[in-house]
Design a protein around this ligand. Structure first.
Ligand code: NDP
Length: 336
């Protein structure tokens, strides 16, 4: 099969790309510039000896941004849409986050519907942010839940990212319900994601948001300040499990029409620091002193059984995820 993968430069996308190639798919990625596309082609050739091609989509929020990208010869069978802003700060919440997230999602679905009738399944990277309530948590979370953030709260920086993911995912399901397109839809609602940094990353300064706490620990940024607080997020998943979930969701028939809450376990920053201290004695001088575990009492539980049963995901533990992330950061430091 042939897959269009958006946001090819991203952390999650880099692993989805590896996983697709390992499963024998032909892949075209979208990127924002020629230079970014060329970095990916080169890194995939060097690391895996495989080929990938790219198409430039400069601004995913523009009407018809994907109209040309979805056309291909031979035509696409599948689309994975990962491109969406994930940062802690946005200068302009609408321009820099809500528009690309929401218009990017509806835009690609419109383009597929109008120009790529061969596409059978579209998988969208949503987030646990579209699942978890702002407060007032149930005892157990699963796919039946939706974040309660409102449109009025969306431009408040504290809520912007979560709103972008909720409203992007909801607009995808609404589009699908309204237009009955040729493709079925699935969403991956992965939680906070750790794992090896993309090989094609320009620098560790440009590292994706969710790996930054591990980078900061390893680079000595918590040595003097002490271990940073873990809040607000205490669940993690390994990026390779997230990637496999995307790939399986493309082809498993029963995945169509479903969301998948993809979460591997609990973590806290003191637990991560403990793993790094034990497994990387050479980093001792960069680490803060041991801290009290700040994992909250009575924390809610999660139910990831749908992802295990329908997609066959077997979740990686925290120790392996952290160790492999740290090793990738050290390799990157060594090479840089
Ligand atoms: P990255 O920042 O590594 O990747 C984001 C990707 O989206 C990059 O390819 C980036 O392109 C692209 N992108 C961002 N803004 C725009 C824009 N305005 N126009 C076009 N492309 C854009 O983060 P992740 O890999 O972590 O995130 C990928 C997806 O996974 C997102 O949808 C995110 O919401 C979701 N997710 C991530 C989680 C995590 O913990 N990491 C958890 C749950 C969901 P460029 O490189 O050119 O900036």
């Amino acid at each position: 099969g042939k897959v269009l993968l958006t946001g090819g430069t991203g952390f999650v996308a880099s692993h989805v790309l590896d996983c697709l190639l390992e499963h024998g798919f032909e892949v075209v990625v979208t990127v924002r510039s020629q230079e970014k596309g060329q970095r990916i082609v080169k890194s995939i050739d060097e690391a895996l000896g495989k080929q990938v091609s790219f198409v430039v989509v400069e601004d995913i929020a523009q009407d018809g941004a994907f109209d040309e990208a979805v056309k291909s010869d031979p035509p696409f069978d599948y689309v994975v849409h990962t491109a969406s802003p994930f940062q802690l700060h946005f200068e302009d919440p609408v321009r820099d986050c809500l528009d690309p997230a929401i218009k990017g999602t509806t835009g690609i679905l419109k383009s597929i519907h109008s120009h790529a009738p061969t596409v059978k399944r579209v998988v969208i990277t949503s987030s646990s942010a579209a699942v978890l309530a702002l407060s007032d948590h149930p005892k157990v979370y699963d796919e039946s839940r939706w974040c309660d953030v409102t449109w009025e709260q969306a431009t408040d920086p504290v809520y912007t990212y979560r709103a972008s993911k909720k409203f992007a995912e909801q607009s995808a399901w609404s589009f699908h319900a309204a237009h009955a397109p040729s493709f079925s839809l699935a969403t991956i609602n992965n939680t906070y994601t750790f794992g090896p940094v993309p090989r094609s990353l320009a620098s560790l300064g440009a590292l994706n948001t969710s790996n930054q706490r591990i980078r900061d620990l390893v680079q000595g940024r918590m040595r003097d300040s002490g271990i940073h607080p873990t809040a607000p997020v205490f669940t993690f998943v390994d990026v390779r499990d997230v990637a496999l979930a995307h790939v399986r969701a493309l082809t498993v028939p029963e995945a169509g029409g479903k969301r998948f809450y993809v979460v591997g376990g609990f973590f806290s920053n003191p637990r991560i620091a403990g793993i790094v201290r034990r497994r990387f004695p050479q980093l001792e001088g960069r680490l803060p002193p041991d801290g009290e575990d700040d994992f909250p009492e009575g924390h809610w539980a999660f139910d990831n059984s749908r992802s295990r049963e329908v997609l066959g995901v077997e979740y990686t533990g925290l120790e392996k995820s952290v160790v492999d992330t740290v090793e990738s950061i050290l390799r990157f430091e060594g090479a840089g």
